[in-house]
Design a protein around this ligand. Structure first.
Ligand code: BV8
Length: 263
């Protein structure tokens, strides 16, 4: 594995016909959105996420869990896509056979211009009725200047479903819940048939999503990792780019298409 920005990575990317970009919380870190496991900023460092990101937690204390997600949603609303998100949108635009798969529940890939995003763990912006998922559920976006500055741990009663008056829950996949079947099937299919998989900003420890880069490697794809830290995915990567998404991805994309243009 190489640990600097090698032209080999740029050539693999520039030559690839089918590219999968697989992202985790690290892609949004430089947008100011906390990751889960980073020591200082990670949500897990400050919360027992197993106490918050589970159906049991919501059942036990819906106001605490809904308040936590509202706090996170408002942070995402205030965040902007970073150069890493924009570089991924460039790859999607340049490679017709590309697929963007994210574990994240924010909308920063979409706001950076990526057209189609497979969300394996749902979205902060798709609340749903806790009883009947198909019941339409909306929630009041904070108005500009909303004086309510949410702080972590602030309890907010969830809205009620307009169709059946049951609680509305965040539209994310909690621990112990199955991933959306269509999203997981599409992600596995893309990983099993790609030439290159670029894994960015994930610790690779949450399953079954963490299988995606491993499926690509087993299928003969070149797996390139972008992460400032070592992860369990180091073992399946052909190339390891030790750096942050906003630093590495723009340089990698520029080199990939400069390299192609020179040929
Ligand atoms: C399920 C949504 C079964 C909510 C999340 C084996 C197989 C299947 C399941 C399991 C298994 N082993 C264990 C399990 C159970 C469990 C699991 O994986 N547990 C782990 C902790 C061991 N999995 C589940 O429960 C899954 N469900 O299996 O159901 C089932 C089947 C059928 C029917 C019923 C049930 C559900 C898992 C999904 C949980 N939901 N989130 C929310 O957001 O609140 S998980 C959560 O972790 C996030 O979604 C996140 O995406 C995910 C992974 O975290 P990362 O994205 O990797 O983020 P992290 O902070 O860890 O790492 C950030 C990385 O970025 C770091 O490496 C850092 O170095 C790097 N970084 C930092 N800054 C930058 C950077 N990189 C680049 N640039 C930077 N600037």
């Amino acid at each position: 594995m190489e640990s600097v920005l090698p032209h080999r990575a740029a050539r693999f990317l520039g030559d690839a016909r089918r590219v999968v970009i697989f992202t985790g919380a690290g892609i949004s870190a430089e947008s100011g959105v906390p990751t889960f496991r980073d020591d200082l900023t990670g949500l897990w460092a400050r919360f027992d996420v197993q106490r918050l990101a589970t159906p049991e937690a919501f059942h036990a204390d819906p106001d605490l869990v809904w308040g936590w997600y509202e706090w996170r949603r408002r942070r995402v609303r205030r965040a902007e896509p970073n150069p890493g998100h924009l570089a991924i949108a460039t790859i999607e635009a340049r490679v017709p056979g590309s697929t963007v798969i994210t574990q994240n529940v924010d909308d920063l890939h979409e706001r950076a211009g990526t057209g189609a995003v497979i969300h394996l763990h749902g979205s902060l912006f798709a609340p749903r009725c806790v009883t009947v998922a198909a019941h339409p559920a909306t929630f009041q976006d904070p108005q500009d200047g909303d004086a309510v500055e949410l702080h972590e741990g602030r309890r907010i009663p969830p809205p009620r479903c307009a169709s059946c008056a049951a609680l509305v829950r965040p539209g994310v996949v909690w621990f112990g819940e199955a991933l959306p079947e269509a999203a997981l099937t599409a992600a596995v299919e893309a990983a099993a048939t790609c030439d290159v998989l670029l894994t960015v900003g994930t610790s690779g420890v949450v399953y079954p999503a963490a299988e995606i880069p491993r499926i690509a490697a087993r299928s003969g794809a070149t797996v390139i990792q972008v992460n400032p830290e070592p992860t369990p995915l180091d073992q399946v990567c052909a190339i390891n780019l030790r750096g942050t998404a906003a630093q590495v991805l723009p340089a990698l994309v520029a080199a990939a298409w400069e390299a192609t243009a020179e040929r």
